[in-house]
Each structure stands twice: as structure tokens, then as C-alpha cells.
Design a protein around this ligand. Sequence first.
Ligand SMILES: Nc1nc2c(ncn2[C@@H]2O[C@H](COP(=O)(O)OP(=O)(O)OP(=O)(O)O)[C@@H](O)[C@H]2O)c(=O)[nH]1
Ligand SMILES: [Mg+2]
Length: 196
Amino acid sequence: MRIKSSTFITSATDVGSCPEPTVPELAFIGRSNVGKSSLLNLLTGRESLAKVSSTPGRTQLINFFNINDTFRLVDLPGYGYAKPLKHDRFRFQDMIVNYITGRVSLQRVLVLIDSRHSPHTIDVEFVQWLQGTQVPLALVFTKTDKLKPAPVEKNIADFLEATGGWKDEGPPIFRTSIKTREGRGELLSFMGQVLP
Ligand SMILES: Nc1nc2c(ncn2[C@@H]2O[C@H](COP(=O)(O)OP(=O)(O)OP(=O)(O)O)[C@@H](O)[C@H]2O)c(=O)[nH]1
Ligand SMILES: [Mg+2]
């Protein structure tokens, strides 16, 4: 898979304002600040296609990107963003749930998890919920440049154990870093495989 062109399409505030589901979509999801927008920029080779911020909860919309005029990458809002307004948090979660369960063009959900930490309850619960939806997923462990390989592997193994219930050999797993560019080639070829 080679990304020759990538352009921003639109930001949707809810499922009703998403573009028509006419082409396959791959969606990025994960806790706020895990590196969804950064990974999107790494994959497309465009430094500021998606907005990156050190302020958690920056991406509070569903952002659609047109890739090669053949498929879309979708940057979903971060979950687990503890904004003071409780109803805001729930609104974003509804938006995520509605998109994932209702989007006919969705091919794969890439769940990003910060490789620096031992399993976080909200990530475990989110992945367990996804397992129940039957939507195909992959796990992407981000920011591997921040730790040595051994603790990264320990965190991955602990996460797989905490989520459990995997059929056969479990989900595809990737390790990524925007600093070392680890995982870029692997993820791009995976995307080529899963797209129709
Ligand atoms: N060291 C390192 N930092 C990273 C990596 N990926 C992202 N970051 C940093 O983590 C912060 C958050 O990155 P974003 O890409 O904005 O994260 P996000 O998941 O899109 O965040 P929200 O839109 O708020 O949900 C930024 O300061 C990034 O520079 C990585 O692989 N390595
Ligand atoms: Mg973002």
C-alpha cells in the first residue's frame, strides 16, 4: 500500500453529518492523547494533516480523510477524556458507539493503546465492548520510543491477558512510534490487505 494522496474531507459532529458511506473506511480510536492524529500524519506522510495537540481531547469530532481517492481514514474522538461537563463526555461516547455499530463502510477499527502503561480499565472495557460488536479490530501500541522493548512487550502481553476471550491467535498487533517510524510499513501493508 502506498499513500499517494491524502486530503481532509470533513468533520462530523454526529453520525447524521458523516459523508455518504460510499468508500471503505478504516477508523482510529483510542484514549485522548494516545497519538491517533499523529499516527495518521505518519502514515500519510503529511505532518499536519490531522491536528496534533498536547491538550487532551483536541479532536472532538469525527474527521474524515480521503486517501488515494479509494478509501478513507477516520480519526475518531478520544474516549475517556475527563472533561468537567459530564454530558459532553457521554455525547462523544454515543458518537463513537453509533459510528462503530452503524457504519456500513467501516472495514476495520484500529484501537490505539499507549505502550508505556500497564492495562488501563477504559481501554480494556472498550476492547471488550468491541469484541462483542463483531467489528474487525486491530491493536496498535503507540509511543514505543518512550520505553525499552521489554517493558513494551510486557504491557502488550498484559493487555491481551486483561482483555481475554480472543478467538484463535488473537487480533493483529502493531507497535508504532512517530519518532522512530516503527510500524509504519507494517500498518500500511496491513491496510492494503484488509481493504477490499
Ligand atoms: N514520543 C512520542 N510522542 C508521541 C507519539 N505519538 C504521539 N505523540 C505525542 O502525543 C501527544 C498527543 O498526540 P495526538 O496525535 O494529538 O493524540 P490524539 O490521540 O489524536 O489526541 P486527541 O485528539 O486529544 O484524542 C502529542 O504531543 C504528540 O506529539 C509517539 O509515537 N512518540
Ligand atoms: Mg487527535
